[in-house]
Design a protein around this ligand. Sequence first.
Ligand code: NAD
Length: 297
Amino acid sequence: MDLSFDGRVAVITGAGGGLGRAHALELGRRGAKVVVNDMGTSLSGDGVEQDRAAIVVKEIEELGGIAVADTNSVATVAGGQAVIDTALSAFGRVDVIVNNAGILRDKTFHNTSTDDVDPVLDVHLKGAFNVTRPAWAHFREQGFGRVVVTSSSAGFFGNFGQSSYAAAKLALVGLIKVLAIEGRKYDIKANAIGPVAQTRMTEGFDNPLADHLDPALVSAVVAYLCHDSCEPSGEILSAGGGRVARVFVGVTRGYLNGDLTAEDVRDNLTEIFDDAGYVVPENSMAEMTLLAKMLGK
Ligand code: NAD
């Protein structure tokens, strides 16, 4: 059976173009009532092009869907609250949040100033807090919620010139790890995607795979993660070009020595880094059990 979103209300931030627009069209097409949030900034976060969200609302309506535009900035606490208020006043509830809004201020670490760092953290990282927090009480009350954050391979694996962006993106993984734990008993699921898609954010890169990177292929993954039937929580899925794969933080078995010295670390790097038999702990306490096991406790 097709995955339907009838009766669900979805908030998609930064949905006036690129990936967010594709997510909004996909969820709208599948019956969700959609809040299309986008303040219409340039790639670097300057300027405002207010009608970008409204254009996507029109596209959803042309597909027979229901949507409302919202032009608040996710970068402030008041803006995040206002986005959720838009959902509540237009549709009376909120079920799904896709934190997708983003900007780029790429510079080498050597050349980065706080003027570049703060806006990136404000939109990507705090934006997810600002929009998700006002919805959280509703999720708990109704015993249902889906949160997706848009992380990045730059955060998982690193990328030249993207220190603030990568830091913000990986911090979002910490956020969904905790939301997954705290939301478990309320059927709230929180996951991260690491998308790859051809959008204005990536068109500057000369990518030979560009023709394969339709944002809609990422939206298929987002739609599953936002659906009632979504099973994973606290997970990261890499999504792009039709490929979906799990990204995870694992830990090696490691080297144990009750009298550990700096020299022991130097002399046992092979064992420390040996990833045979690695483990993916389900929470921070689970890592302690690895130590306990090695200590024979
Ligand atoms: P995009 O520039 O087309 O979309 C970002 C949207 O966010 C824009 O429409 C912009 O107006 C909006 N926005 C920016 N600041 C906002 C704010 N404060 N409040 C509300 N809206 C705001 O780029 P995209 O490629 O579609 O990026 C979407 C997300 O995916 C971003 O978080 C980006 O970092 C992430 N991402 C994209 C790729 C990729 O391959 N395209 C890869 C990894 C991560």
